[in-house]
Design a protein. Sequence first.
Length: 134
Amino acid sequence: MHRFSIRVRYGDTDQMGFAYYANYLRWFEIGRAEMLRDLGMSYARVEEELEVSLPVLEAACRYHRAARYDDLVVIETAVASLKRASVRFAYRVVREDGTLLAEGHTEHCFLARDGRPTRMPASLEALMARAPRV
């Protein structure tokens, strides 16, 4: 899996001192964007140059343990499935000591600029072929 580390900021926590639950979905997005960047194309370039966007169709997160302020967490990201007009990413959020904090997935379709579903561009398909798989 692709790995990207971030530190839990004070503003990421709730009144109980735990990372706010919705931040895990934001961390999934960060992991996905950084994986694409490391593969050679930023999300911005996908949208601008390939003229395709990847809206979220479905998102799920299973929480196992809480992240806390100043924890260093690793976002692990991989492609779970790839179809002609959609992709599913799998994620794990792990504390630096190896403790599994959360796992989940997001499913995305490919949309052309006119807002209609489209097939994945060939250059993006080649990029995704190099992505880690689960």
